[in-house]
Design a protein around this ligand. Structure first.
Ligand SMILES: Nc1ncnc2c1ncn2[C@@H]1O[C@H](COP(=O)(O)OP(=O)(O)O)[C@@H](O)[C@H]1O
Ligand SMILES: [Mg+2]
Length: 282
């Protein structure tokens, strides 16, 4: 299978207010086409920094190797590739905040995905072609929201808005979907719909899907592979079903509370004892 994403020795150090933080430390990852990968870790473990680096939004340290998408270099040795903007078109990106323009209708919000302009006024005044509009409707169809095309974005629920954001991210035909905590601000039912939408799309369009998640239960349900970060280091990279409470307790120690949400705690009783009673992920 072809390698879609290759991260070779990613290092990132932040210096702020006299403090040095090693956000990523020798992170090396290979992801092949069609994989669904969860990126887990306590708050501050480096998930967002890694996702931002993959999108070329964060420049890694000089002592890092190359970071490639489809064999093309996004950055290496602390320098962004000259073609980074072009390569970025191959990646759809979703964030926790949906970043829709509330006053615009759903259709126009999706069309923003093909707009080089960022300015709202330029977007409103731009005449979209029939072909572009048809593409936007297709994208909305794939996320199950075509009936909402002419409604203002602000009238949709959080989960629906996130699905619009998915349609916007994919309208250009990206084959890689990166998501940073896409369901962190959604209720369980909306989270389920958003995750199912992404999983269905990944299957239908043969997308490679990498998402950071706070809840291990969500990773368990939707992603067959999990990469766990702790203080910037990869501490687990394997099948999600192989993660269990004992391992997580070992990996995260006292940081574990930070990693788990309320739902997870139901599965997690006894982990603070030396012998956990219940496996977290089975
Ligand atoms: N722009 C920044 N300036 C300084 N420190 C940062 C910056 N971005 C992230 N960090 C630090 O890097 C570490 C990893 O952050 P982040 O990647 O956001 O973690 P996560 O997404 O897992 O919560 C944290 O300690 C965070 O405070
Ligand atoms: Mg984050």
């Amino acid at each position: 299978m072809s390698n879609v994403l290759a991260v070779n020795t990613a290092n990132k150090t932040f210096f702020s207010s006299g403090r040095k933080t090693q956000a990523l430390s020798d992170v090396t990852i290979d992801i092949v086409a069609g994989e669904r990968v969860a990126l887990i870790g306590a708050s501050g473990s480096g998930k967002s920094t890694l996702i931002r680096a993959i999108c070329g939004l964060e420049v890694l340290d000089k002592n890092s190797g190359a970071l490639m998408i489809h064999g093309r270099e996004i950055q290496s040795h602390g320098q962004l590739s000259k073609n980074v903007r072009q390569i970025r078109n191959e990646i759809g990106i979703i964030f926790q905040q949906f970043n829709l323009v509330n006053q615009l209708d759903v259709m126009t919000n999706v069309l923003i995905g093909i707009c080089p302009q960022k300015n709202v006024f330029q977007i409103i005044s731009r005449q979209f072609t029939l072909e572009e509009r048809a593409k936007a409707l297709d994208a909305l169809e794939t996320v199950g929201l075509v009936d909402f095309a002419y409604q203002r974005a602000s009238t949709l629920s959080g989960g629906q808005q996130q699905r619009v954001a998915i349609a916007r991210a994919l309208i250009k035909g990206a084959k890689v979907l990166l998501a940073d905590e896409p369901v962190a601000s959604l209720d369980p039912e909306s989270s389920r719909k958003v995750m199912e939408t992404m999983v269905n799309l990944s299957e239908k369009l043969d997308l490679t899907f990498v998402t950071s998640l706070h809840q291990i239960q969500v990773a368990k349900k939707y992603c067959e592979r999990t990469i766990a970060l702790n203080k910037g280091c990869v501490v687990f990279d394997g099948l999600t079903k192989d993660l269990n409470a004992t391992m997580l307790a070992e990996l995260y120690g006292s940081n574990i509370g930070n990693l788990l949400m309320e739902d997870d705690f139901n599965y997690f009783e006894g982990v603070s004892n030396s012998e956990p009673k219940l496996a977290l992920v089975q």
